[in-house]
Write a protein that binds this ligand. Structure first.
Ligand code: GDP
Ligand code: IMO
Ligand code: MG
Length: 428
């Protein structure tokens, strides 16, 4: 007996609706694991009109009979984690069993401070528009091999040793580079020890949980944060996050062999959004963008920033299908397109007079891309109550078939509203 493994990845620049897709599929899984990113994520789940936004907790946390894991590849801000747990407790929810990897890195107060200071110091045009959650500085320390891991919070001596090194270094950066006040070692040490006390019962070997679950026939769902185009390697560098949201990130960020991944599901909106800076070929600065933003409620789940909006970009979706090995697409927010007379879909770029069908690896080239659209007829009907593909208006079905054909991947899940039940499953 062996369970199945599915990786849920964002196809675009994040906020595709990964949380709601994980929530929809979690019922058939035993374990739900986050594998990268941190509290920069904001994953929305709506159950019976009650809305939840998860930054660190896996989106399966509302299922009491499941195990939720925060894998080694995640960077954890303990204050956000505890606040999320407290909020759910206050709301009377019974939660999944949560295990946090000993090897996950901790976002320290100085990471958040340096994130904001370094973003503030960038000149116009060079700003990334980070979430300010300390993600880049925390991953920098991880790769510099000086980071604080979750296990260190419960080992006072190692913690002190590591903090001495870190705070000496950070104080030089803060005072000499940014002209800011130095940090107090004892303050931070005390705070970190308090975090450790609360974290201790949650810590464990998350990769073992995964392998034991699979051996006992339970399915495992790996929940990506951010999206393919924000990937540190495959995204629109430098306008990316500092981790590996792509499906390969699940292998390193949770501890599963590449050959043991059965299925990769890419989540894409029926249109496209981006929050933060960087190139976005189909961005619409006019009425279409404004309409998508208003109808789709396109405001960041983490920072509240208005999201940049535009038509769907199948050059980018096709790229994500290839980079992640996507077996099936989850197409969310199809209901938001109801009422548009015509729907435009970008199927190639014009870059300085040359037609490109493939997503360029150079961000500078992408910035010059002019989207070339194909036009499809829209539909007027409200599709919120549709529960099968056949119930959708013919034009909506045609739009889905068009995507499937152009990117060579089947659409296996369709979102027609925010709620758990507003989902059409197609052979998944
Ligand atoms: P994530 O970060 O990928 O989990 O996505 P977010 O939660 O940041 O943003 C997605 C937003 O779209 C949330 O407000 C969801 O409730 C909402 N949403 C997801 N799927 C659908 C859908 O099919 N229809 C509508 N109308 N809203 C959706
Ligand atoms: P979910 O998981 C959308 C963006 C930020 C910024 C860039 C780098 O909810 O889809 P960071 O704080 O990571 O250093 O910021 O990445 N970004 C996201 N955009 N959804 C997210 O997460 C994001 N997480 C980071 O806006 O442009
Ligand atoms: Mg989000």
């Amino acid at each position: 007996m062996k369970g199945r493994t599915d990786v849920i990845v964002g196809v675009q620049w994040g906020d595709e609706g990964k949380g709601r897709v994980v929530d929809a599929l979690a019922g058939k899984s035993g374990v739900i694991a986050r594998y990268q990113g941190g509290a920069n994520a904001g994953h929305t789940v709506v159950v019976e009109d009650e809305k939840f936004v998860f930054h660190l907790l896996p989106s399966g946390i509302l299922y009491p009979d499941k195990i939720c894991l925060i894998g080694n590849g995640v960077v954890i801000d303990p204050e956000t984690l505890f606040a999320e747990l407290d909020d759910l407790k206050d709301r009377g929810k019974i939660l999944a069993r949560l295990v946090v990897s000993n090897a996950a890195h901790i976002v320290m107060p100085y990471h958040k401070q340096i994130d904001k200071l370094s973003e503030g110091a960038r000149s116009e045009g060079r700003k990334i528009g980070t979430t300010g959650r300390g993600i880049g500085p925390c991953y920098s320390d991880k790769f510099d091999r000086i980071g604080i891991r979750a296990e260190d919070l419960v080992n006072p001596e190692i913690l002190k040793e590591k903090l001495i090194i870190n705070i000496e270094q950070k104080n030089k950066i803060l005072t000499r580079v940014y002209d800011a006040e130095p940090l107090d070692l004892e303050d931070i040490y005390k705070t970190a020890l308090e975090w450790g006390k609360r974290m201790k019962p949650l810590l464990g070997d998350t990769f073992l949980e995964i392998h034991n679950a699979l051996a006992s026939g339970k399915n495992v769902l790996f929940e990506g944060a951010q999206g393919t185009l924000l990937d540190i390697d495959h995204g629109t560098y430098p306008f990316v996050t500092s981790s590996s949201p792509c499906s390969g990130g699940a292998c390193t960020g949770a501890g599963i062999g590449a050959g043991k991944i059965d299925r990769v599901i890419g989540v894409t909106k029926a249109y496209c959004t981006r929050v933060g800076e960087g190139p976005f070929p189909t961005e619409d600065h006019g009425l279409i963008g404004e309409t998508l933003r208003t109808r789709g409620g396109e405001f960041g789940a983490t920072t509240g920033r208005p999201r940049r909006c535009g038509w769907n970009d199948l050059v980018a979706v096709d790229y994500a299908v290839k980079i992640n090995g996507i077996d099936g697409l989850a197409l969310t927010k199809l209901d938001v397109l109801s009422g548009f007379e015509k729907i435009q879909v970008c199927t190639s770029y014009d870059i300085e007079g040359t037609i490109h069908k493939e997503f360029p690896s150079s961000c500078a080239e992408l910035a010059k891309a002019v989207p070339l659209f194909e036009e499809l007829p829209g539909w007027k009907e409200d599709i919120g109550k549709c529960r099968s593909f056949e119930e959708l208006p013919a034009q909506a079905q045609d739009y889905i078939r068009f995507i499937e054909e152009r990117v060579s991947a089947p659409v296996v899940l369709i979102g027609v509203g925010q709620g758990r039940e507003d989902t059409i499953l197609r052979g998944i």
